[in-house]
Each structure stands twice: as C-alpha cells, then as structure tokens.
Design a protein around this ligand. Structure first.
Ligand SMILES: Nc1ncnc2c1ncn2[C@@H]1O[C@H](COP(=O)(O)OP(=O)(O)OP(=O)(O)O)[C@@H](O)[C@H]1O
Ligand SMILES: [Mg+2]
Length: 352
C-alpha cells in the first residue's frame, strides 16, 4: 500500500499543497515550525480518524479559514482509493471514500494503514495506562473494523451504565447493562490478547537485532478482568460502583507492561532503552500489518532519526525496504547517501 498523492487546503499553516509521494522514502526537511509534522498529522487522520495531537479538530483549520480539507489517493495493488476529509469549525468532520459519504468513522478504518512513530511515543512507555490502551485500540481499529465496532459499543454501554449508577439503579436494567458490557468486553479482551501475542512474535527478535542480542523484549497484557470472571466482578462490586458512580472493572482499566530482560522498562529503563522499545514496537507493527492484511502499511517517522544513535538510524533505514516511508527532519544529512529518497523542503507552510 502506498499514498500516491496528498492534497491539503487550509490545513494548519498550509494554505494549499498538492504533492505526489514516492512509493519508497519521502523526506520532508526544513526548520522548526514550518509545517512538517502538520503533513504527517493529516496523513494520520486519514488512517485513525483523529489527530495524534488534539481532540479538537477545529484547531486543524488554518487561522482565518472556514474549513480545512485533506485528500489522499492511496494505491493498493490494482485498487485506488480516494479519501476526502473536510474539517469544520464545529469540530465535526465530513468524510468520503471514493466520493461516497461515510457516516460512521469505523468505515474509514483500513482504507489506509499507517504506523506513526514520533518522539512523543516515549510517553507510551512512561505515562499512564490510558495512553497504552489508546495505542492498542488505535492499532487494532485500523486492522479490524469489528474491533472498532465492539470498542465503541463497549464505551457507549459503559457511559450509559455510569449514568445509570448515579440515578438509583434497579436490578433488571443493571443486569442488561452488565450483560452487554461483558458481551463486548470479552470480544475486546480476546482481540487484545491476540494482538499482544503477535507483537511478541516479532518485537523480541527485532529488539534483539537492534541491541546486538543484549536485550530481549516481552510485552505483557495486564487484563483488569478475565473473560470468565468479568460478570461476577461487576456484581460483586456493584455497591462500590453505585457509591462512586463509576464502573470499577472492565477493559477500560487494562494495561500493558514492556519488559527488557524481565525488567519493567517503565520504571527501570533508560531514555535510550525506552526509545528502543518504541522502535521495536513500531517495526513489529509493520510485520503484523503485513501478516494480517497481506500488504505493507505506510511508515510515518516524525523527527525520530535525530533522536537515535547511528547504529539504530541505520537499522531503521535498512529495515524499511518495500515500505513507503514519510520522514520529517530538520536536516537531510542522514539520508543524503540513499538513492531512493524523494526530498521535499518545507518552508512557511509551502513545499518545494
Ligand atoms: N490552525 C492553524 N493555523 C495556522 N497555523 C497553525 C495552525 N496550527 C498550527 N499552526 C502553525 O503550524 C506551524 C508548523 O507546525 P509543525 O508542527 O508542522 O512544525 P514542524 O515543521 O514540524 O516543526 P518542528 O521541526 O519544530 O517539529 C507552527 O508554527 C504552528 O504555529
Ligand atoms: Mg515537527
């Protein structure tokens, strides 16, 4: 899979660009604050349905403009898809695939698959479980529309249950909420479990390669509830849930642990080790997409090369064969020697 063309109109600091990308490596270089990350963000929105930086899509509209527009042309073997997203000032988005309006964001997932790697990904290791859940959900939603449906259904039921808890709940309705929560929850647990298993198949080998076999990587899925025990836990803690007006058990409390040689990278890993864990994860995801969907995703690397040491940079550049890659950087030194690189200079929201 590769992105053939990207058009942006009134998107952040970009008034209008229309560029053909190379199916190999594309480098967007330029000074700080010129619009490099904005271009990657727009691509990411076409895959994930939302920005990696903000919940408020009106921030994406160029100051003074009414709306912003993103268009991607994506090629997948003999197929060609056109994604159009219009961002409106009321924070709503109008989405169309091949000129057909898309009502539910789930229908967008999978039209273009991207793996996004940015320096903020370190937070994935260091920060709260919510970020790790978001990570696993965003990856799974892109790969599996049924998961996306089950997940949004789960969160809808959870919201309703929490409102119900606050309003003197009666038994029968409570049972219905609990049954629904368990129904969607166990499907999500099963998919998360499979995804982590797949991640482990690839990530450990990649991590060993990068670290010269000094470090092994294991990702552990920490379930808040087991499939079998979920319903009983809800019943057992119902009084507490009513007291606090919120649901204390479920997949909305799951977490992931990243272990380097059996030691938690979050608590004990150096900055460099944590960064390498992220790198191994991203490269493992490429393999997962290939094995599940039969085509390569598009790799977006936002300013990450300069943060890695030379051997890790070379490892990345060597492993991105046959994967369309879009890289941003403030310099072009790293990639000068590479043959198959299309180079773009970004300056004041324009691309040369
Ligand atoms: N809605 C908007 N309208 C106009 N300009 C905006 C809007 N949102 C963000 N910008 C501007 O876009 C500029 C470029 O942002 P971007 O994050 O793409 O920079 P960058 O080239 O990746 O820089 P860096 O190298 O520092 O990461 C910033 O100066 C920011 O102020
Ligand atoms: Mg940037």
């Amino acid at each position: 899979m590769f992105i053939k063309n990207i058009t942006l109109v009134n998107y952040r600091n970009i008034e209008k660009i229309n560029i053909d990308l190379s199916p190999d490596v594309n480098l967007f270089y330029g000074d700080n604050a010129q619009g490099k990350t904005n271009i990657l963000e727009a691509i990411y929105i076409c895959a994930a349905g939302r920005s990696h930086r903000t919940h408020f899509s009106k921030e994406l509209i160029r100051f003074g403009a009414e709306s912003a527009h993103i268009q991607l042309i994506v090629e997948k073997e003999e197929f060609k898809d056109k994604i159009n997203i219009q961002i409106k000032s009321n924070n709503k988005k109008g989405i169309a695939i091949n000129n057909m309006a898309v009502k539910n964001i789930n229908e967008l997932f999978g039209t273009v698959n991207v793996i996004f790697f940015s320096p903020q990904d370190l937070l994935l290791i260091k920060e709260s479980p919510a970020l790790r859940r978001r990570y696993i959900d965003m990856e799974l939603c892109q790969l599996n529309r049924v998961y996306a449906y089950d997940l949004s259904s789960y969160y809808r039921v959870l919201r309703e249950r929490n409102i119900f808890l606050k309003n003197k709940p009666d038994g029968i309705m409570m049972d219905i909420y609990d049954e629904k929560l368990v129904e969607y929850g166990i499907k999500i647990i099963a998919e998360r479990e499979k995804f982590v298993e797949r991640l482990n198949e690839f990530a450990d080998r990649i991590h060993r390669d990068i670290t010269g076999n000094k470090e092994g990587l294991e990702i552990k899925y920490v379930k808040n509830v087991s499939e079998e025990g979920f319903y009983n836990k809800l019943k057992y803690d119902l009084k507490r849930d009513i007291l606090y007006g919120s649901t204390s058990h479920g997949i909305h409390k799951d977490d992931l642990i990243f272990e380097i040689n059996g030691i938690n990278a979050r608590d004990y890993g150096s900055q460099g080790q944590q960064r390498t864990v992220c790198l191994s994860l991203k490269l493992a995801e490429i393999e997962i997409v290939k094995s599940m969907l039969g085509h390569s995703p598009v790799l977006l690397l936002d300013d990450v090369l300069s943060e890695l040491d030379r051997s890790r940079q070379l490892y990345i550049l060597d492993s991105i064969k046959n994967v369309q890659t879009v890289i941003t950087s403030t310099g072009i030194d790293d990639l000068k020697e590479k043959k198959n690189v299309r180079v773009f200079n970004v300056k004041g929201g324009k691309v040369y």
